[in-house]
Design a protein around this ligand. Structure first.
Ligand code: GAR
Length: 206
């Protein structure tokens, strides 16, 4: 089974969907460790309830971003993590983490990238007045939400929607496409060529 390390800063509903799909045997992967930069992130509680090791690593305990990330990498490696999944992790990943896990860090973003990167992608799209939005799973590179796109899902925006309505509609899709992207990765079916990620029908890697 592919060993996953999940980084989360908040409520952890994407973490939950990944843990549930893994526990149900839908994806050939298991969450090996959950790490949060926020001590009281509900994601940590969800991990503990599932019997999964959960660690808090406090950014301000370290003299630099590099040192902070070295500590994250160490914990990930201790748990034999092969793929890192950012699930509501509200920090830009730096070179230390990326160098330790090249092409092995995924993220979910609540908008159709490259539109509306950064914070609050759902609200940005809603305020802009787009008629469709959605979510994106992508590999992480050194930019902000700029890495190669793996999967996207589209949802409509209705006139009567509040930003919260739209966020909820998008979140429902996040909970589907993130486990799906992990499943494809675990089956060795994702191939990165430059900006493009090709999904093959047969196994390449594992
Ligand atoms: C999700 O909507 C995720 O797409 C978003 O944060 C939320 C986390 O929810 N991520 C970002 O905005 C990344 N910049 P969750 O903690 O319930 O999974």
């Amino acid at each position: 089974k592919l060993r996953l390390g999940v980084l989360a800063s908040g409520r952890g509903s994407n973490l939950q969907s990944i843990m549930d799909q893994a526990a149900a045997g839908k994806i050939n992967a298991a969450v090996a460790v959950v790490i949060s930069d926020k001590k009281d992130a509900y994601a940590l509680e969800r991990a503990r309830m599932a019997g999964i090791p959960a660690g808090h690593i406090n950014y301000s305990d370290f003299p630099s971003k590099d040192a902070y990330e070295r500590s994250i990498v160490e914990l990930l490696q201790q748990h034999g993590v092969e793929l890192v999944c950012l699930a509501g992790y509200m920090r830009i990943v730096g070179k230390v983490l990326l160098a330790a896990f090249p092409n092995r860090v995924m993220n979910i973003h609540p908008a159709l990238l490259p539109s509306f990167p950064g914070l609050h992608g759902q609200e940005q799209a809603w305020a802009y007045g787009v008629k469709f939005s959605g979510c994106t799973v992508h590999f992480v590179d050194e930019g902000m939400d700029t890495g190669p796109i793996i999967l996207q899902a589209v949802v409509p925006v209705y006139d009567e929607d509040t930003a919260d309505d739209l966020s909820a509609r998008i979140l429902e899709q996040e909970h589907k496409i993130y486990p799906e992207a992990i499943r494809l990765y675990a089956e060795g079916r994702l191939r990165i060529e430059g900006r493009k990620v090709y999904v093959s029908k047969i196994n390449h890697r594992r």
